[in-house]
Design a protein around this ligand. Sequence first.
Ligand code: PLP
Length: 448
Amino acid sequence: MFFRERSGDCRYRCGRKSLWKLLSMHHFAYKDGVLHAEDVSLPRLAADVGTPFYCYSTATLQRHYRVLAEAFQGQDAVICFAVKANSNQAVLATMARLGAGMDVVSEGELRRARAAGVPAERIIFAGVGKSREEMAYALSEGIFSFNVESAPELVALSEVAAGLGVTARAAIRVNPDVDAKTHAKISTGKSENKFGIPYLDAAALYAEARRLRGLEVSGIHMHIGSQITDLAPFRDAFRLMRDLTLELRGAGHEIRHLDIGGGLGVPYSDADEVPPHPDAYAGLVKETLGDLGVRIYLEPGRMIVGNAGILVTRVLYAKAGAGKRFTIVDAAMNDLIRPTLYDAYHEVWPVSEARAGAAPVLQDIVGPVCETGDYLALERALPPFEAEELMAVMTAGAYGAVMSSTYNTRPLVPEVLVNGGHYAVVRPRPSYDDLIGLDRLPPWLSRT
Ligand SMILES: *Cc1c(COP(=O)(O)O)cnc(C)c1O
């Protein structure tokens, strides 16, 4: 059992899974007995930057972007990396050098994308709650388009754009009410989710948009959820987009771009469903939308960065509980919240290859935070980890560092980017003084 878990190669060999070879491949592997990120040994990194830390692989980021870009070759398509999956400047700059656009959900993310060198005309601003200040800022930057999620937001965008004397390009996010068959907390395309407007209300809102000043509503947006491992919900959504495009054109609207969202899943373990291959996904886009003469915008996040990152942590204590072993490590739920928030499964690899062969013991990998929900892995057959050992929590590049907090006054963990034999700390660990210094005492509590 453990060998299956440990040998990342297994999934590349057998049957359908070989389809995934290009995309699920990453650059974390054992060399000379220890786990490496590309050509950099993790024990060396741990000695240099301390634990815990996130580590990203440039080669993996590049590979995933290129696999997707190649799948869409011959189609008029723009890949806008979903910044919320991983917003480190170094990751964004890596994507920007490859020609990626970006999908942002806040002014902060827009500023990050611009700071990383992404041209404004390749940026899309999404999200259910953009403030007027954020809209004005994005308009002043000259972004490509807004994805508008409600009638009142459309009115606000119209007022802000007209007030500035500019035209805001927009797509309306339509909720197709399809079940993406993913975890409830990352499903977005069901009618009970807060996202978008109901499909049946779309025609009326496009008509309304034409009466508003300062708007050019020439796109349609859908994003049905995340970690989707089946093409069927995408097919349903794309067909609805097609129908709506034709219907809106029939009513005199010019529809020039379709934003088909993100959501392609990645394999977190060998037992997972095999996500659609980018070629199959691109083929479906061509088949359902290819003849409409529209430009396609994609918003992948997890698929690009998910298995391009790991969280490296050190064992503090191994403790025998009643009938179960607890391995207490120095990373915690504040560093990687996915296990407790989404019931997410992350493989755990010992950094020492020799330890990977040890007889497995059932255990929970838990952190030091004072919460029962503070765990990274539950009920796993893993080597009997001992104090000081290093382990890697795999596939932690997406929705990892970006969702971290300083709960329990734990400083944000550093992020490291590896490129071949080189590495750089791309976000240093803040000091305790930095962290505590964010607070201010009111005058009546100051000592002076
Ligand atoms: C989160 C999100 C994405 C990215 O989703 P992934 O599953 O990471 O590909 C894309 N578009 C929108 C609107 C999102 O909210």
